[in-house]
Design a protein around this ligand. Structure first.
Ligand code: NDP
Length: 280
Protein backbone atom coordinates (compact mmCIF):
# COMPACT_ATOMS: atom_id res chain seq x y z
CA UNK A 1 0.00 0.00 0.00
CA UNK A 2 1.27 3.43 -0.96
CA UNK A 3 0.72 6.53 1.16
CA UNK A 4 -0.18 9.52 -1.00
CA UNK A 5 2.13 12.04 0.61
CA UNK A 6 0.39 15.38 0.21
CA UNK A 7 2.72 17.15 2.59
CA UNK A 8 5.88 16.57 0.57
CA UNK A 9 4.13 17.26 -2.72
CA UNK A 10 2.70 20.50 -1.32
CA UNK A 11 6.24 21.67 -0.49
CA UNK A 12 7.25 20.96 -4.07
CA UNK A 13 4.31 22.96 -5.43
CA UNK A 14 5.08 25.89 -3.13
CA UNK A 15 8.77 25.85 -4.15
CA UNK A 16 7.67 26.04 -7.75
CA UNK A 17 5.33 28.96 -7.05
CA UNK A 18 8.12 30.71 -5.15
CA UNK A 19 10.53 30.42 -8.06
CA UNK A 20 7.88 31.80 -10.44
CA UNK A 21 6.97 34.65 -8.08
CA UNK A 22 10.62 35.64 -7.78
CA UNK A 23 10.59 36.49 -11.47
CA UNK A 24 7.62 38.84 -11.16
CA UNK A 25 8.23 42.51 -10.55
CA UNK A 26 4.85 43.04 -8.91
CA UNK A 27 4.18 40.34 -6.33
CA UNK A 28 0.69 38.81 -6.39
CA UNK A 29 -1.40 39.42 -3.28
CA UNK A 30 -3.94 37.13 -1.67
CA UNK A 31 -6.54 38.66 0.58
CA UNK A 32 -8.28 36.34 3.03
CA UNK A 33 -11.41 37.60 4.72
CA UNK A 34 -12.17 35.92 8.01
CA UNK A 35 -15.27 36.52 10.07
CA UNK A 36 -14.25 35.71 13.64
CA UNK A 37 -15.92 32.84 15.47
CA UNK A 38 -14.76 29.57 13.90
CA UNK A 39 -11.67 28.15 15.62
CA UNK A 40 -10.69 25.80 12.77
CA UNK A 41 -10.86 28.68 10.30
CA UNK A 42 -8.44 30.66 12.48
CA UNK A 43 -5.88 27.86 12.06
CA UNK A 44 -6.49 27.63 8.31
CA UNK A 45 -5.96 31.35 7.68
CA UNK A 46 -2.73 31.35 9.67
CA UNK A 47 -1.52 28.43 7.51
CA UNK A 48 -2.48 30.37 4.40
CA UNK A 49 -0.59 33.44 5.60
CA UNK A 50 2.49 31.30 6.32
CA UNK A 51 2.30 29.73 2.88
CA UNK A 52 2.09 33.17 1.24
CA UNK A 53 5.28 34.17 3.08
CA UNK A 54 6.99 30.94 1.96
CA UNK A 55 6.07 31.62 -1.67
CA UNK A 56 6.90 35.33 -1.67
CA UNK A 57 3.25 36.28 -2.11
CA UNK A 58 1.73 39.24 -0.31
CA UNK A 59 -0.90 38.30 2.23
CA UNK A 60 -3.56 40.80 3.19
CA UNK A 61 -5.78 39.63 5.99
CA UNK A 62 -9.20 41.22 6.55
CA UNK A 63 -10.55 40.30 9.97
CA UNK A 64 -14.21 41.06 10.67
CA UNK A 65 -16.00 40.68 13.99
CA UNK A 66 -18.59 37.97 14.57
CA UNK A 67 -21.45 40.52 14.48
CA UNK A 68 -20.47 42.05 11.15
CA UNK A 69 -23.49 42.85 8.95
CA UNK A 70 -24.03 41.50 5.45
CA UNK A 71 -23.64 45.04 4.09
CA UNK A 72 -20.31 45.57 5.86
CA UNK A 73 -19.02 42.20 4.67
CA UNK A 74 -19.98 43.01 1.09
CA UNK A 75 -18.43 46.50 1.34
CA UNK A 76 -15.15 44.90 2.37
CA UNK A 77 -15.31 42.54 -0.59
CA UNK A 78 -16.02 45.42 -2.96
CA UNK A 79 -13.05 47.37 -1.63
CA UNK A 80 -10.83 44.38 -2.38
CA UNK A 81 -12.36 44.00 -5.85
CA UNK A 82 -11.38 47.60 -6.57
CA UNK A 83 -7.90 47.31 -5.04
CA UNK A 84 -5.44 46.90 -7.89
CA UNK A 85 -2.85 45.50 -5.53
CA UNK A 86 -5.05 42.52 -4.64
CA UNK A 87 -4.99 39.70 -7.19
CA UNK A 88 -6.97 37.05 -5.31
CA UNK A 89 -9.75 37.07 -2.73
CA UNK A 90 -10.78 34.22 -0.45
CA UNK A 91 -13.73 34.36 1.91
CA UNK A 92 -12.90 31.84 4.61
CA UNK A 93 -15.93 29.58 5.14
CA UNK A 94 -18.04 28.98 7.10
CA UNK A 95 -19.29 32.44 7.97
CA UNK A 96 -21.90 32.98 10.73
CA UNK A 97 -25.32 31.57 9.89
CA UNK A 98 -27.05 34.96 9.92
CA UNK A 99 -24.96 35.99 6.89
CA UNK A 100 -25.79 34.98 3.33
CA UNK A 101 -22.83 32.95 2.04
CA UNK A 102 -23.97 32.80 -1.59
CA UNK A 103 -24.52 36.55 -1.76
CA UNK A 104 -21.14 37.28 -0.20
CA UNK A 105 -19.27 34.84 -2.44
CA UNK A 106 -20.94 36.29 -5.52
CA UNK A 107 -19.77 39.79 -4.59
CA UNK A 108 -16.22 38.60 -5.25
CA UNK A 109 -15.07 39.66 -8.69
CA UNK A 110 -14.84 36.43 -10.78
CA UNK A 111 -11.33 37.51 -11.88
CA UNK A 112 -10.20 37.48 -8.24
CA UNK A 113 -12.25 34.47 -7.09
CA UNK A 114 -9.35 32.24 -6.07
CA UNK A 115 -11.47 29.30 -4.92
CA UNK A 116 -13.60 29.41 -8.08
CA UNK A 117 -16.86 29.56 -6.11
CA UNK A 118 -18.80 32.42 -7.71
CA UNK A 119 -21.74 31.23 -9.76
CA UNK A 120 -20.07 32.41 -12.96
CA UNK A 121 -16.87 30.51 -12.22
CA UNK A 122 -18.79 27.44 -11.03
CA UNK A 123 -20.69 27.61 -14.35
CA UNK A 124 -17.42 27.76 -16.26
CA UNK A 125 -16.25 24.69 -14.33
CA UNK A 126 -19.52 22.96 -15.20
CA UNK A 127 -18.91 23.52 -18.90
CA UNK A 128 -15.21 22.72 -18.73
CA UNK A 129 -14.26 26.33 -19.61
CA UNK A 130 -12.70 27.15 -16.26
CA UNK A 131 -9.30 28.80 -15.96
CA UNK A 132 -8.68 27.68 -12.40
CA UNK A 133 -10.60 25.23 -10.22
CA UNK A 134 -11.35 25.18 -6.47
CA UNK A 135 -8.20 24.57 -4.44
CA UNK A 136 -9.05 21.30 -2.68
CA UNK A 137 -10.31 19.48 -5.80
CA UNK A 138 -7.32 20.80 -7.76
CA UNK A 139 -5.00 19.39 -5.12
CA UNK A 140 -6.73 16.02 -5.24
CA UNK A 141 -6.35 15.70 -9.01
CA UNK A 142 -2.73 16.83 -8.88
CA UNK A 143 -1.97 14.27 -6.19
CA UNK A 144 -3.55 11.45 -8.20
CA UNK A 145 -1.56 12.50 -11.26
CA UNK A 146 1.65 12.83 -9.25
CA UNK A 147 1.31 9.17 -8.27
CA UNK A 148 0.39 8.16 -11.83
CA UNK A 149 -3.09 7.04 -10.88
CA UNK A 150 -4.98 6.46 -14.08
CA UNK A 151 -8.21 8.45 -14.04
CA UNK A 152 -9.53 8.03 -17.58
CA UNK A 153 -11.87 5.07 -17.88
CA UNK A 154 -11.92 4.44 -14.13
CA UNK A 155 -14.95 4.46 -11.87
CA UNK A 156 -14.65 7.29 -9.36
CA UNK A 157 -17.07 7.51 -6.46
CA UNK A 158 -17.25 10.80 -4.58
CA UNK A 159 -18.94 10.80 -1.19
CA UNK A 160 -20.19 14.31 -0.33
CA UNK A 161 -21.63 16.91 -2.70
CA UNK A 162 -20.53 20.26 -1.24
CA UNK A 163 -19.92 23.21 -3.55
CA UNK A 164 -16.41 23.45 -2.12
CA UNK A 165 -15.25 19.85 -2.53
CA UNK A 166 -17.63 17.11 -3.64
CA UNK A 167 -19.28 18.68 -6.70
CA UNK A 168 -16.17 20.33 -8.16
CA UNK A 169 -13.99 17.24 -7.66
CA UNK A 170 -16.66 15.17 -9.40
CA UNK A 171 -16.54 17.63 -12.32
CA UNK A 172 -12.75 17.58 -12.52
CA UNK A 173 -12.73 13.78 -12.48
CA UNK A 174 -15.32 13.77 -15.25
CA UNK A 175 -13.17 16.26 -17.22
CA UNK A 176 -10.38 13.70 -16.91
CA UNK A 177 -12.70 11.05 -18.36
CA UNK A 178 -13.54 9.08 -15.24
CA UNK A 179 -17.05 7.73 -14.85
CA UNK A 180 -18.27 9.49 -11.73
CA UNK A 181 -20.87 8.64 -9.11
CA UNK A 182 -21.69 11.35 -6.58
CA UNK A 183 -23.11 10.15 -3.26
CA UNK A 184 -24.66 12.15 -0.42
CA UNK A 185 -26.65 11.82 2.77
CA UNK A 186 -29.75 10.59 0.95
CA UNK A 187 -27.92 7.82 -0.90
CA UNK A 188 -28.67 5.47 2.00
CA UNK A 189 -26.16 3.39 3.96
CA UNK A 190 -26.60 0.12 2.06
CA UNK A 191 -26.62 1.74 -1.40
CA UNK A 192 -23.58 3.80 -0.38
CA UNK A 193 -21.67 0.65 0.51
CA UNK A 194 -22.63 -1.00 -2.78
CA UNK A 195 -21.43 2.02 -4.76
CA UNK A 196 -18.22 2.73 -2.87
CA UNK A 197 -17.24 -0.94 -3.20
CA UNK A 198 -17.31 -0.51 -6.95
CA UNK A 199 -14.95 2.47 -6.89
CA UNK A 200 -11.50 2.36 -8.45
CA UNK A 201 -11.00 5.83 -7.01
CA UNK A 202 -12.87 6.75 -3.84
CA UNK A 203 -12.95 10.38 -2.72
CA UNK A 204 -14.50 11.07 0.68
CA UNK A 205 -15.59 14.54 1.83
CA UNK A 206 -18.29 13.99 4.40
CA UNK A 207 -17.09 15.60 7.63
CA UNK A 208 -17.66 12.53 9.83
CA UNK A 209 -14.69 10.91 11.56
CA UNK A 210 -13.85 7.36 10.37
CA UNK A 211 -17.11 7.22 8.38
CA UNK A 212 -15.70 5.02 5.61
CA UNK A 213 -14.51 1.61 6.80
CA UNK A 214 -13.06 -1.53 5.24
CA UNK A 215 -16.51 -2.71 4.17
CA UNK A 216 -16.89 0.33 1.88
CA UNK A 217 -13.69 -0.26 -0.05
CA UNK A 218 -12.79 -2.48 -2.99
CA UNK A 219 -9.50 -4.38 -2.94
CA UNK A 220 -6.85 -2.25 -4.65
CA UNK A 221 -8.86 1.00 -4.69
CA UNK A 222 -7.23 4.42 -4.43
CA UNK A 223 -8.69 6.27 -1.46
CA UNK A 224 -8.56 10.03 -0.96
CA UNK A 225 -9.68 11.25 2.44
CA UNK A 226 -10.59 14.94 2.46
CA UNK A 227 -12.07 15.03 5.97
CA UNK A 228 -10.61 17.10 8.76
CA UNK A 229 -12.48 16.32 11.96
CA UNK A 230 -11.31 17.52 15.35
CA UNK A 231 -12.16 15.18 18.22
CA UNK A 232 -10.69 15.83 21.68
CA UNK A 233 -7.88 17.87 20.20
CA UNK A 234 -6.92 15.18 17.65
CA UNK A 235 -7.53 15.31 13.93
CA UNK A 236 -9.28 12.43 12.17
CA UNK A 237 -10.17 11.93 8.54
CA UNK A 238 -13.47 10.68 7.16
CA UNK A 239 -11.83 7.31 6.47
CA UNK A 240 -10.93 4.74 9.10
CA UNK A 241 -7.30 4.59 7.99
CA UNK A 242 -6.36 1.53 10.05
CA UNK A 243 -9.10 -0.69 8.66
CA UNK A 244 -8.85 0.54 5.07
CA UNK A 245 -5.08 0.59 4.65
CA UNK A 246 -4.84 -3.18 4.16
CA UNK A 247 -7.40 -3.22 1.37
CA UNK A 248 -6.60 -0.19 -0.76
CA UNK A 249 -3.60 0.24 -3.04
CA UNK A 250 -3.07 3.92 -2.17
CA UNK A 251 -4.45 6.21 0.52
CA UNK A 252 -4.01 9.78 1.75
CA UNK A 253 -3.17 10.19 5.42
CA UNK A 254 -4.92 12.73 7.66
CA UNK A 255 -3.18 14.97 8.48
CA UNK A 256 -0.57 15.24 5.74
CA UNK A 257 -2.72 14.36 2.74
CA UNK A 258 -5.19 16.68 1.06
CA UNK A 259 -4.96 19.52 3.62
CA UNK A 260 -1.45 20.79 2.72
CA UNK A 261 -2.29 20.48 -0.99
CA UNK A 262 -5.31 22.74 -0.59
CA UNK A 263 -3.03 25.48 0.71
CA UNK A 264 -0.39 24.85 -1.97
CA UNK A 265 -3.02 25.03 -4.71
CA UNK A 266 -4.31 28.26 -3.20
CA UNK A 267 -0.82 29.68 -3.74
CA UNK A 268 -0.81 28.42 -7.31
CA UNK A 269 -4.25 29.87 -8.02
CA UNK A 270 -3.17 33.23 -6.57
CA UNK A 271 -0.20 33.22 -8.93
CA UNK A 272 -2.34 32.24 -11.91
CA UNK A 273 -4.91 34.99 -11.25
CA UNK A 274 -2.12 37.57 -11.09
CA UNK A 275 -0.62 36.48 -14.41
CA UNK A 276 -2.09 35.41 -17.71
CA UNK A 277 -0.51 31.96 -17.45
CA UNK A 278 -2.90 29.04 -17.86
CA UNK A 279 -1.03 26.56 -15.73
CA UNK A 280 1.98 26.49 -13.55
P1 NDP B 1 -20.16 19.69 3.91
O1 NDP B 1 -20.65 19.56 5.30
O2 NDP B 1 -20.44 20.95 3.15
O3 NDP B 1 -20.71 18.47 3.04
C1 NDP B 1 -20.74 17.18 3.53
C2 NDP B 1 -21.34 16.27 2.51
O4 NDP B 1 -21.37 14.95 3.04
C3 NDP B 1 -22.77 16.63 2.10
O5 NDP B 1 -22.91 16.61 0.72
C4 NDP B 1 -23.61 15.54 2.77
O6 NDP B 1 -24.76 15.20 2.04
C5 NDP B 1 -22.63 14.39 2.78
N1 NDP B 1 -23.00 13.41 3.80
C6 NDP B 1 -23.30 13.63 5.09
N2 NDP B 1 -23.62 12.48 5.70
C7 NDP B 1 -23.55 11.51 4.76
C8 NDP B 1 -23.80 10.12 4.77
N3 NDP B 1 -24.23 9.49 5.87
N4 NDP B 1 -23.61 9.44 3.62
C9 NDP B 1 -23.20 10.05 2.50
N5 NDP B 1 -22.96 11.38 2.44
C10 NDP B 1 -23.14 12.09 3.56
O7 NDP B 1 -18.61 19.39 3.98
P2 NDP B 1 -17.33 19.82 3.08
O8 NDP B 1 -17.41 19.19 1.75
O9 NDP B 1 -17.13 21.28 3.17
O10 NDP B 1 -16.20 19.12 3.93
C11 NDP B 1 -16.15 17.74 4.13
C12 NDP B 1 -14.98 17.41 5.01
O11 NDP B 1 -13.79 17.83 4.37
C13 NDP B 1 -14.96 18.13 6.37
O12 NDP B 1 -14.36 17.28 7.32
C14 NDP B 1 -14.08 19.34 6.12
O13 NDP B 1 -13.45 19.79 7.30
C15 NDP B 1 -13.08 18.75 5.17
N6 NDP B 1 -12.42 19.70 4.30
C16 NDP B 1 -11.10 19.54 4.13
C17 NDP B 1 -10.40 20.34 3.29
C18 NDP B 1 -8.96 20.06 3.10
O14 NDP B 1 -8.25 20.94 2.64
N7 NDP B 1 -8.49 18.85 3.42
C19 NDP B 1 -11.05 21.44 2.57
C20 NDP B 1 -12.47 21.49 2.76
C21 NDP B 1 -13.12 20.65 3.61
P3 NDP B 1 -26.01 16.20 1.82
O15 NDP B 1 -25.56 17.12 0.71
O16 NDP B 1 -27.11 15.33 1.40
O17 NDP B 1 -26.22 16.91 3.10
Amino acid sequence: MIILDGKTFAKEIKENVKSKVEKLEKKPALSCIIVEGDSASEIYVVNKQKACAECGLISKMIRLTHNVSQAELEQNIELLNADEDVSAILLQLPIPKNLDTDRAINKISPEKDVDCLTFSNAGRLFSGKNRIAPCTPTGIIKLLEKYNVQIAGKLAVVVGRSELVGKPVAMLLEQKNATVILCHSKTGDERLKELTRMADILIVAVGKPKFITAEHVKQGAVVVDVGINRVDGKIYGDVDFESVKNICSMITPVPGGVGPLTVACLMENTYLLATDEKEI
